[in-house]
Design a protein around this ligand. Structure first.
Ligand code: NAD
Length: 483
């Protein structure tokens, strides 16, 4: 049995699951089990909900400045242990530790700070009537809410949900992915030190089909904010609908990156285009996995692009010089390898990568895949329609703007697109026609936390970020006064 057993946080106390059932947690770089996480049952969820119900009225009545102070305090505690969090995140998920230090953990800190400040500055609406009445909108917390997050950006997405839920006065039942449970468990322990009242934040670890399902089904949980796969999102929607729960669903993507002949392709821009495909081993919902390139520059672009992709170093995530680490699990490794085999079967030409990477030393049994670029596949192939969520990018040529829009919009997803052009009119025109929740122009993953974040079509419903998240976690009440 590994020495580290993670705990649930219920009613302000770290607890083992009631049934004493545990799940192994693997280190993707080595394949070895290094911890166990609770495999919580519906009874654990129920205990957390009882604690949250007890805590919710007091938390809702707590002045907003005090709620903000506690969120800032939690952010301080995480920031003080940034290196430890980054190392744990890397060990748990396989991502390069340098990425966790630069992106995941600082962003988790920012999420807590951002919503702490946002809620203090939040304004309510009022509508005056000329006939002698005034309306104002009260926004009340929902009570007890559920937050369910995935494995690809574990602490980053966990805090992206719990921060607005707590800031707006709700008691929370949160579940990180069972694949990457470690940093949320550490955050839970620090939330006690930060001074959150017992029951305000509860973290129940476990499998999706068990613990997650119990959260979605629980009648006392008024809303569920979920980030994960489209398939799970559909199942959650079906379960929650008969109870009329509020739902925010942030799901998968098959995002295009579109490069026009007039784009300014400096080395730095090309690096960003490469990063948009391969950052975090391609395991970011916003990664551009279909690279559409205008035909007049296709050959020349492909050469420069491939040179950069081939230079990416797949290595031990603990090594500061690794650009790509390991795939998160053996199941996901197998899935991505199957997708590469399918790309070959569909007639795709593998321009680089296409294989697993065997490393030496402690990483011999790790789940590594070489950055893979494929061409000669039409947009309607499975490879170009299905989310792979790995280090696989397809190159697709196009002739003009109309074709680029048709190809970009031609999948079931609508999360994010990026566009590279120097033509400002084209940028605005395309921005209006691309059916995605986010369109980046001459950049990628440039995030302002005040902006609406989310996707359309099979990429989900609802938006997170800024006022959108605070609105999601509150119920508006119109008060009309006649004078
Ligand atoms: P997943 O859907 O398998 O799991 C996500 C979470 O849901 C986990 O905590 C899991 O335990 C839980 N879960 C699974 N089944 C459940 C059920 N029936 N009821 C309740 N909870 C359940 O997704 P994943 O494999 O962890 O994450 C990868 C997916 O997440 C990709 O599709 C990716 O695109 C998507 N994603 C989307 C965004 C976004 O913002 N749109 C961000 C990150 C990841």
């Amino acid at each position: 049995m590994p020495s580290t057993r993670l705990a649930n946080l219920i009613d302000g106390r770290l607890q083992a699951p009631l049934d004493d059932r545990w799940l192994d947690v693997h280190e993707p770089a080595t394949g070895a089990v290094f911890a166990q996480c609770p495999d919580s049952s519906a009874a654990d969820v129920d205990a957390a909900v009882h604690a949250a119900q007890k805590a919710a009225p007091g938390w809702a009545a707590t002045p907003v400045e005090e709620r903000a102070r506690l969120l800032h305090r939690l952010a301080d505690l995480i920031e003080a242990r940034l290196d430890e969090f980054a190392e744990l995140e890397s060990r748990d998920s396989g991502k390069p530790v340098a990425l966790a230090k630069r992106l995941d953990i600082p962003r988790a800190v920012s999420n807590l700070r951002f919503f702490a400040s946002a809620v203090v500055g939040w304004e309510s609406e009022s509508h005056a009537m000329e006939t002698g009445a005034i309306n104002y909108t009260l926004r009340r917390p929902l009570g007890v809410v559920g937050c369910i997050s995935p494995w690809n950006l574990p602490l980053y997405l966990f805090t992206w949900k719990i921060a607005p839920a707590l800031a707006s006065g709700n008691a929370v039942i949160a579940k990180p992915s069972e694949v990457t449970p470690c940093t949320a468990a550490l955050l839970g322990a620090l939330s006690i030190e930060a001074g959150f009242p017992p029951g305000v934040l509860n973290i129940v670890q476990g499998r999706g089909a068990g613990t997650g399902q119990a959260i979605v089904e629980h009648p006392a949980i008024k809303a569920v904010s979920f980030t994960g796969s489209t398939r799970t999102g559909a199942s959650i929607a079906a379960t929650a609908a008969p109870q009329f729960k509020k739902l925010s669903l942030e799901l998968g993507g098959k995002n295009p990156a579109i490069v026009f002949a007039d784009a300014e392709l400096t080395d730095e821009h090309l690096d960003t285009i490469v990063r948009s495909g391969f950052a975090n081993q391609g395991e970011i919902c916003l990664c551009g996995s279909r690279l559409l390139v205008q035909r007049s520059i296709y050959d020349q672009f492909r050469e420069r692009y491939l040179a950069k992709v081939k230079a990416l170093r797949v290595g031990d995530p603990q090594d500061a010089s690794s650009d790509l680490g390991a795939m998160v699990s053996s199941e996901h490794f197998d899935k991505v390898m199957r997708c590469i085999a399918q790309a070959r079967e569909e007639g795709g030409q593998i321009l680089c990568g296409g294989d697993a990477v065997k490393l030496n030393g402690r990483c011999t049994d790790g789940w590594f895949i070489a950055p893979t670029v494929v061409e000669s596949l039409s947009n309607d192939t499975q490879t170009n329609q299905q989310e792979i969520f790995g280090p696989v990018v397809t190159l697709i040529p196009f002739d003009d703007e109309a074709e680029a829009i048709a190809l970009a919009n031609g999948t079931g997803y609508g999360l994010a697109a990026s566009l590279w052009t120097r033509d400002l009119s084209r940028a605005h025109r395309m921005g209006a026609h691309l059916e995605f929740g986010i369109v980046w122009i001459n950049c990628w993953l440039l995030r302002d936390l005040r902006t609406p974040f989310g996707g359309s079509k099979q990429s989900g419903i609802g938006r997170e970020g800024g006022g959108e998240a605070l609105r999601f976690f509150t119920e508006p009440r119109n008060i009309c006064i006649r004078y």
